[in-house]
Design a protein around this ligand. Structure first.
Ligand SMILES: [Mg+2]
Length: 229
């Protein structure tokens, strides 16, 4: 299975806008412009928040064509096992291709329909899909430019509120540093870096606390490990 733990530099904590959530000052600045978070359902269910590209489907730079969608081997089985164990599986994906005008919302839905079709063919499904169209102006994976764009926690917070998820019992899995920081910023139990996309290169950056897994299947093993025993 091969996991390791390193220390992730937690972002500075400041006054929470949303009760109980430590927020980075940069996030607060943007959060004040947001409409209020929807009325919360009681947070009961744990979740695994999943990045899309390089985590569920193969990494394709600025993916716009459904024909390029390939679910990574083992990803569907991981999702199926996690849901069987009671975890909601929620996709949270930065999609600047929409903000850049390279893909319409309808086109993005077609990409997701193809992903869902491939997952369903292996008996898997997602509990929710959240995406953010914001185009970044920095490549720093720790800078929150917009609360919804990872490393901002906005998509995770909205999913938790809408789906009744317990963030403290949830995990974030992705192949980029921004995914790991989104998990930290959302107050998740932990973040797992997968090596199936950009993850391999990031392992050397290392000032951080996160688990490392080979791929989503391996990450699922890590999450379920103690509970399966
Ligand atoms: Mg990714």
């Amino acid at each position: 299975m091969g996991t390791k733990v390193a220390r992730l530099a937690a972002l500075p904590v400041c006054d929470p806008l949303v009760s109980g959530i430590p927020l980075h000052p940069r996030w607060v600045r943007f959060a004040r412009r947001l409409p209020s978070i929807p009325k919360r359902r009681k947070p009961i269910r744990p979740a695994v928040f999943l990045d899309r590209d390089g985590t569920i489907i193969e990494q394709v730079h600025h993916l716009t064509d459904p024909a390029d969608v390939r679910v990574i081997p083992g990803a569907a089985e991981a999702i199926r096992r996690l849901r069987s164990a009671g975890y909601a599986c929620v996709l949270v994906t930065n999609q600047s291709v929409v903000g850049r005008g390279m893909l319409t919302v309808d086109g993005l839905e077609q990409v997701h329909a193809e992903m869902n079709r491939q997952l369903a063919a292996e008996g898997a499904a997602l509990d929710g899909i959240y995406w953010c169209p914001v185009v970044p102006t920095t490549s720093d994976p720790t800078v929150v430019e917009h609360p919804d764009r990872k490393p901002g926690p906005g998509m995770l917070l909205r999913a938790a509120a809408e789906l009744g998820l317990s963030r403290r019992r949830s995990w974030m899995v992705g192949d980029a540093a921004s995914d790991l920081h989104a998990g930290v910023n959302a107050g998740c139990r932990g973040s797992i870096l997968v090596g199936s996309g950009y993850g391999v290169a990031l392992r050397t950056e290392g000032d951080a606390e996160y688990l490392v897994a080979k791929d989503l299947f391996d990450a699922g093993d890590t999450i379920l490990g103690p509970e399966q025993a």
